[in-house]
Write a protein that binds this ligand. Structure first.
Ligand code: ATP
Ligand code: MG
Length: 235
């Protein structure tokens, strides 16, 4: 089943947040989802342990994924899940190369800053290398993260121009800066178990996660077909 690797060699680009949003939303749409947690900060693992009851039984998290365990863990999760998501550390490593090499689709979260764009460019160079040297072509997209819902910044436009010049695919759905996307790690649960009276713009956060998941599903046509309502059909 499709493997989606989240990669940016710059720390703090928004990888773990994007993984959690996509994983919970895909599970909500009815898919079985496994997350391989290779982030040394283990945020997804901590969230998972803290979220029993709210997360449902379609979502599974594998903690402590390392270079020496990833092959076996990936094979096991591919056998049981409709989607396997890999959360990586924010650094260059042999684990990054391996997780990217195993992916059917690579999502590159990038904040609107030059440093983040450079971390994304490192991943794109690796993908290019795999294509040139090994003829391995892996579909990939950049997703803009922590985007201000009110204003478009100059830095964000610069990143967009850079991507267009390099012909890198950019998801239409950015991940907006939302307190819900931060709070979810602290309080556990999902965007649907949070209290709308305590979390501002929760409905907009839910809509953002849903739009992200539907757009990602459209990027993996061999695995799923999506109708206008987000229903799924695994091939
Ligand atoms: N869309 C968002 N809205 C609000 N806060 C966000 C959003 N995306 C990320 N953050 C916050 O930014 C910080 C870094 O995000 P995150 O941990 O997802 O990045 P990362 O790429 O996984 O980092 P690392 O490379 O260290 O693993 C966290 O404090 C997170 O809560
Ligand atoms: Mg992380």
């Amino acid at each position: 089943m499709p493997v989606i690797t989240f990669a940016n060699t710059k720390g703090g680009a928004g990888k773990t947040t994007a993984v959690l949003l996509l994983a919970t939303e895909l599970a909500r749409l009815g898919f079985r989802v496994s997350v391989l947690d290779a982030d040394p900060q283990h945020w997804i693992t901590r969230w998972y342990e803290n979220s029993e009851g709210a997360r449902g039984n379609r979502l599974h998290v594998v903690p402590y994924v390392t270079m020496s365990t990833i092959d076996r863990q990936l094979a096991e999760e591919k056998a049981r899940a409709d989607f396997v998501l890999i959360d990586l550390p924010g650094s260059r490593s042999s684990l990054l190369a391996k997780a990217v090499g195993h992916a059917d689709y690579v999502l590159i979260p990038v904040q609107g800053s030059a440093m983040d764009a450079q971390g994304g460019a490192n991943v794109i160079e690796l993908l290019q290398y795999l294509e040139d040297k090994a003829n391995i072509r892996i579909r990939h997209s950049v997703v803009l993260t922590r985007v201000n819902s009110m204003v478009t910044t100059r830095a964000m436009n610069a990143v967009k121009d850079l991507l267009a010049a390099r012909r890198v695919h950019l998801l239409e759905t950015p991940i907006v800066e939302r307190s819900a996307f931060r709070d979810i790690f602290g309080c556990g649960g999902t965007l649907y178990s949070m209290d709308a009276r305590q979390v501002s713009n929760l409905d907009k956060a839910q809509e953002n996660a849903r739009a992200l998941a539907l757009e990602v599903l459209r990027q993996i046509p061999s695995a799923v077909s999506v109708d206008g309502h987000g229903m799924k059909e695994v091939a």
